[in-house]
Write a protein that binds this ligand. Structure first.
Ligand SMILES: Nc1ncnc2c1ncn2[C@@H]1O[C@H](COP(=O)(O)OP(=O)(O)OP(=O)(O)O)[C@@H](O)[C@H]1O
Ligand SMILES: [Mg+2]
Length: 463
């Protein structure tokens, strides 16, 4: 970062400059604000640190000039304790922070460090927004993880064909979204996409819904009616929850797949249809087939091109991207809400059994209920609070209710800390010792004492 310091006291100017240079900042220090302003116009600085009481020009006026010339510049003001309300004026003029005199160089360095984090976050946020609109989506399917990029590739490959496609994924992983993407990227896109859930209806109704019926086919069939297959002619049909389809219907579906023809209920006429079939399931169809609950031949017919959707917990790197997308989706016009880094961490840590749908519900709810633009940890629903701190507290409470001694509890915590550090270090003990700021030998002794290594190895094998 390039820093411009404006300070008329020579000693202060020199000590600050030295301290900043030592930390790798590029520094230019000036005594006169008017000269500083001339240089500021010609050169680029990330941060300007200025005294308030200066010769030739008031520090606040200097600040105003800077913010008018280049509003993106970060300004920090140095002010004497007696003039704290000047500091507040400075903040209102757009200063990032102020520091009261006397202060040590370390205090200023701390502010600059915090500033670096802040800028990094801002930059990441901007990058994220570009990524969403640029690369990391397929239509309105969001995700940049390898797993999702593989899904996009698969969609691109199968969409143009008529291949039967089976979409497999837990609830809320986006199966319907994928079905849409396949149809609307296929040559059939101008013809209908008919959606049908196989779990919604009793067997007899199911058949007439799918295949249609002739007039008088059964009581209540007062008119002939086209079924979903016929309605989907020249387009696609999306059969959701295909595992729920009864065995008798499976046989009929197999015929549709093989012969591309149907008969309406109560009819004798064979009707040729030209459809593309997309199915979805939450369960393992092959397992059902092995149990005799699903026709194995049908399974192989459907499973020609399987698309497996990963659960959200297996692609956590997509969570910030999805959150950004959902924030835009649920914010009203002109409003810009963001999750603070701690709140985002909780969203990333949670396991999301309801996958993207659950995340979507949470974001919608929080955006609606939070007034401030800054969404904080307190604004999130309680079930997300699995922060390590909370878990640790919970563990301590467990310890106390089990009435163990103080000493035993501390030992227990010590053991847990060691395991966590070793895991975090990927099994590397020197690194684990470094994390805990502990001598390698001390760590080794403790590990031996608690017999930890075996434990962390079994954990690694499991995961
Ligand atoms: N990758 C994604 N990007 C953006 N939104 C997504 C993504 N995946 C799912 N969603 C959203 O999550 C919600 C659930 O998606 P969808 O209905 O497609 O899931 P599903 O797998 O069909 O769930 P179910 O099995 O419960 O029917 C929808 O609002 C959808 O827009
Ligand atoms: Mg669905």
């Amino acid at each position: 970062m390039k820093v411009l310091i404006v300070e008329d006291e020579k000693i202060k100017r020199i000590t600050l400059t030295d301290a900043l240079l030592k930390q790798g900042y590029a520094v230019l220090a000036m005594e006169n604000p008017i000269e500083a302003l001339n240089i500021f116009k010609e050169r680029e600085f990330d941060v300007v640190i200025t005294d308030i009481r200066l010769p030739h020009m008031d520090g606040l006026d200097f600040l105003k000039e800077i913010k008018t010339l280049k509003p993106e510049t970060t300004a920090i003001v140095m002010t004497a304790y007696a003039t704290i309300d000047t500091a507040i004026k400075a903040m209102k003029l757009g200063a990032y922070d102020y520091i009261t005199k006397p202060f040590s160089s370390e205090e200023l360095l701390l502010i600059l460090e915090r500033l670096k984090d802040f800028r990094r976050l801002v930059e990441e946020n901007i990058k994220l927004k570009q990524e969403i609109t640029e690369r990391y989506s397929f239509g309105n399917i969001i995700g940049k993880s390898k797993k999702m990029r593989d899904v996009y590739e698969l969609i691109k490959t199968v969409a143009p064909s008529d291949a039967t496609t089976l979409i497999i994924g837990e609830s809320g992983t986006g199966k319907e979204l994928i079905a849409n993407a396949i149809h609307y990227n296929s040559p059939r896109k101008d013809n209908p996409l008919i959606k049908f859930s196989c779990s919604a209806l009793a067997e007899t109704l199911l058949e007439s819904e799918l295949f249609g019926h002739e007039k008088g086919a059964f009581t209540g069939a007062v008119k002939e009616r086209k079924g979903r297959f016929e309605l989907a002619n020249n387009g696609s049909i999306f059969l959701d929850d295909i595992d729920d389809i009864p065995l008798s219907m499976q046989t009929k579906l197999l015929r549709v797949l093989q012969e591309k023809e149907i008969e309406r209920v109560g009819g004798t006429k064979t009707i040729k249809i030209d459809i593309r079939i997309i199915c979805a399931t939450k369960v393992d169809l092959l397992k059902l087939a092995k149990q005799g609950k699903f026709r194995e031949d049908l399974y192989y017919r459907l499973n020609i091109v399987p698309i497996k959707l990963p659960p959200l917990r297996d692609r956590k790197e997509d969570i910030p991207l999805l959150v950004e997308y959902l924030l835009n989706k649920y914010s009203s016009k002109g409003e810009k809400k963001t999750f603070c880094p701690e709140a985002m961490k909780l969203l990333i840590n949670y396991d999301w059994p309801g996958n993207v749908r659950e995340l979507e519900n949470v974001v919608e709810r929080v955006v609606t209920l939070t007034r401030s633009n800054d969404i904080r940890v307190e604004d999130l629903p309680d079930f997300l609070m699995t922060s390590p701190e909370k878990l640790c507290d919970r563990h301590l409470i467990d310890v106390m209710t089990e009435a163990v001694s103080f000493e035993a509890a501390i030992k227990d915590m010590e053991k847990r800390l060691l395991i966590l550090a070793i895991e975090k270090a990927g099994g590397n003990k020197s690194e684990a010792a470094r994390i805990l700021k502990m001598k390698r030998e001390t760590l080794r002794d403790k590990v031996e004492k608690y017999g930890i290594l075996e434990l962390s190895q079994t954990m690694k094998v499991k995961s």
